[in-house]
Design a protein around this ligand. Structure first.
Ligand SMILES: [Zn+2]
Length: 252
């Protein structure tokens, strides 16, 4: 049985800590080592490994420090950081804490971006966010749309562990795209309550993302209509709709 806990880092990053009852732990995207060391100490956990989703500094910045005094596994895209000692790519399967995780290539935010899926848990870094998706720093709208489609095909009960607390701002944008989406209105209220109590809004359920996240809904007439209105042109396909919604959010 794996438990997953958030470690807060920087202003809005979550470093996810997976642990088992034996006190063995893995962390995902440790951009900063200090809060990870503090968490391990407080919970009396032994770090066994690190999962990396992509090369951005706020995801790999703490790896060198964490591996300095420890001989541990560092799993990720080959080029993400020099400390990677177990490079993985799409289609690979890894075992950690007794559970299997599939590696899924999800280029778009960066070209090296991968996600880890297993045990109904998805660690997707900066690809899918609660209510949103990552910016396209390196990839094309086609690539990101395809990556999000792969994530969308996972079971609806999948718990989505993204790397940032961006949910409120994302859902405010989603409401501009789909003002008549009642599932979205319900979700906005739930998220407001969580944030008022200072609680994380992550993980979310993939089924909720499919019902409310405009970046997974380019095939919906309501999203297409709004995207066409924003762009002032007719859009020929879902990728075009996705690209305009992403451009709209970048300027929102
Ligand atoms: Zn990033």
């Amino acid at each position: 049985m794996i438990s997953v806990d958030p470690i807060k880092a920087f202003s809005d990053n979550y470093i996810w800590c997976l642990s088992n009852p034996e006190g063995e732990a893995w962390v995902v995207d440790p951009g900063d080592a200090a809060p990870v060391e503090e968490h391990l100490r407080q919970r009396d956990l032994t770090l066994q490994g690190v999962l990396i989703t992509h090369h951005h500094f706020d995801h790999v910045g703490g790896v060198a420090s964490l591996t300095k005094q420890r001989d541990i596994r560092v799993v990720g895209p080959q080029t993400a950081t020099p400390e990677i000692n177990e490079p993985v790519a799409d289609g690979d399967r890894i075992t950690l804490l007794g559970s299997e995780f599939d590696v899924i290539a999800v280029p778009g935010h960066t070209l090296d971006h991968i996600a880890y899926y297993g045990n109904t848990l998805l660690f997707c870094g900066d690809t899918l966010f609660a209510g949103g998706c990552g910016r396209l720093f390196e990839g094309t709208p086609e690539q990101m749309h395809a990556s999000l489609a792969r994530i969308s095909s996972l079971p609806g009960a999948t718990r989505v562990y993204c790397a940032h607390e961006y949910t409120q701002a994302n859902l405010a944008f989603a409401a501009a795209v789909e003002p008549d989406n009642t599932a979205l209105q319900t979700r906005i209220q739930k998220v407001e309550q969580l944030r008022q109590q200072g609680l994380p809004t992550v993980p979310s359920q993939l089924a909720d993302e499919l019902a409310t996240n405009p970046f997974l809904r380019a095939d919906q007439p309501s999203v297409r209509d709004s995207a066409e209105e924003y762009a002032s042109i007719r859009l020929s396909d879902d990728i075009g709709v996705f690209a305009e919604v992403r451009r709209w959010k970048d300027n929102f």
